[in-house]
Design a protein around this ligand. Structure first.
Ligand SMILES: *[C@@H]1O[C@H](CO)[C@@H](O)[C@H](O)[C@H]1NC(C)=O
Ligand SMILES: *[C@@H]1O[C@H](CO)[C@@H](O)[C@H](O)[C@H]1NC(C)=O
Ligand SMILES: *[C@@H]1O[C@H](CO)[C@@H](O)[C@H](O)[C@H]1NC(C)=O
Length: 384
């Protein structure tokens, strides 16, 4: 046998041996790099506090991170910019902050928001005047599109006609594109209302984000009434697709209905409905009522939040080998101190079958969770 015939077989064998599979032995998540992307309180660029961080891997393979830049105070209500930074090399180096949207000095202004990748574009969805009544006008929801990985954005598309009269504050987190039936290729964003008129709503697009329509809803009970402790109040939400093609939505359980833990809704029809009889509560995912993240990659489901019943501390990454029905061990504590909102992204699976990487962006501080926005790069196999 000549070398010409031996070599392909040998390469195939080496390739097969190196292919990584998720097992309790191979999954050892570890933070391999951590970077502060924004620091609050320095007044840089006229910003008082950076909050609500998001990250995606762009169609070109770069990283795009965005956050709210709250101009005058740390409060939810107030004038803001959407600040974004771009890394062409997987987070090794970062470009300067660019402003994707700026509301001037409007009394309330804009709120992040969700990022999504669709075809060659990055989509950025945000709300304006989402805390009525405010002098800045009626609440509205807007979509920006970028063809260059988030370095520049086209004109905003006002989705209020689709959303209806209620506030739709997207995410915070990312929108998904369904990989499997039903609704393969569909874009799905999740958003929520105001605290009093709360509940989650899915927005769906079957043409890459040109046209949108309302999908499933899960309203608070009672709807439109002042909230009482333990009321059913689904709030900030992150959708993800499971291997059976269903959509799960991991939801902030604002008033601790049944538990100080996460609420999970399901949809088996591509997001058209969110049936109330499919809503569950996950006592393993203890939560102080905060925006959390879920990401499916490498055959695993990952979850991140400040894992504490009442305080925003103990930012922890959990993982599941069972489609999110059970969680392995106690997870990886990423930061013991103050921490808040988080969001995750992962590069597409490599052709070589390498162990996956994970990007976790979160609010991090020493005495307050809003001091910085930090990006942790996590090797799932624990390799340096
Ligand atoms: C968005 O559209 C809604 C209704 O379609 C309108 O009331 C609102 O003023 C618009 N907002 C902006 C900022 O254009
Ligand atoms: C941090 O979260 C993990 C996972 O939920 C939990 O096991 C641990 O007790 C938490 N630590 C603190 C100090 O709350
Ligand atoms: C996860 O879901 C897929 C698709 O339904 C199924 O084939 C697989 O067995 C599930 N995994 C576990 C551990 O339940």
């Amino acid at each position: 046998m000549g070398p010409g015939r031996l070599l392909p077989g040998l390469l195939l064998a080496i390739g097969a041996a190196a292919r990584w599979a998720a097992t309790p032995e191979t999954v050892r998540p570890r933070v391999v790099r951590e970077q502060l992307l924004w620091v609050s309180g320095e007044g840089r660029g006229g910003v008082h506090t950076f909050r609500v961080p998001l990250v995606v891997v762009t169609p070109g393979g770069a990283l795009l991170a965005c956050a709210e830049g709250r101009k005058r105070s740390a409060a939810d209500v107030g004038a803001k910019v959407i600040a974004c930074r771009h890394s062409p090399d997987g987070g090794a180096t970062w470009g300067p902050t660019r402003v994707a949207a700026d509301d001037g000095s409007a009394g309330d202004g804009l709120s992040l928001g969700a990022l999504a990748v669709a075809g060659g574009e990055v989509l950025l969805l945000f709300a304006r005047c989402a805390h009525p009544p405010q002098a800045c006008g009626p609440p509205s929801t807007h979509l920006l599109r970028s063809r260059d990985g988030g370095r520049s954005w086209g004109p905003p598309q006002n989705l209020s006609g689709v959303v209806g009269n209620e506030v739709f504050a997207p995410g915070p987190g990312y929108g998904i594109q369904k990989q499997r039936a039903p609704g393969r290729g569909r874009l799905v964003f999740c958003g929520h209302g105001t605290l009093e008129r709360d509940g989650v709503l899915l927005l769906l697009s079957d043409d890459g984000g040109r046209h949108w329509r309302r999908g499933g809803t899960l309203p608070a009970i009672p709807f439109g009434a002042p909230r009482h402790p333990r009321d059913f109040t689904p709030d900030e939400c992150q959708p993800y697709e499971l291997p059976d093609g269903s959509i799960a939505v991991n939801i902030r359980n604002q008033n601790f209905y049944r538990c100080r833990c996460r609420m999970v809704a399901r949809s088996w029809d591509g997001g058209e409905t969110l049936p109330p009889d499919a809503v569950t509560f996950d006592p393993a995912l203890v939560d102080p009522a905060v925006a959390a993240s879920v990401l499916v990659t490498g055959g695993l489901v990952f979850f991140s939040n400040p894992a504490h019943e009442s305080q925003r501390v103990n930012l922890t990454l959990r993982w599941s080998f069972t489609n999110g029905t059970t969680w392995w061990g106690r997870g990886l504590q990423v930061w013991a101190g103050p921490s808040g909102y988080s969001s995750m992204a992962a590069p597409p699976p490599s052709d070589q079958g390498d162990a996956p990487l994970l990007y976790l962006i979160y609010e991090k501080g020493r005495s307050l969770s809003t001091e910085t926005v930090s990006l942790a790069t996590i090797s799932i196999a624990g390799d340096v």
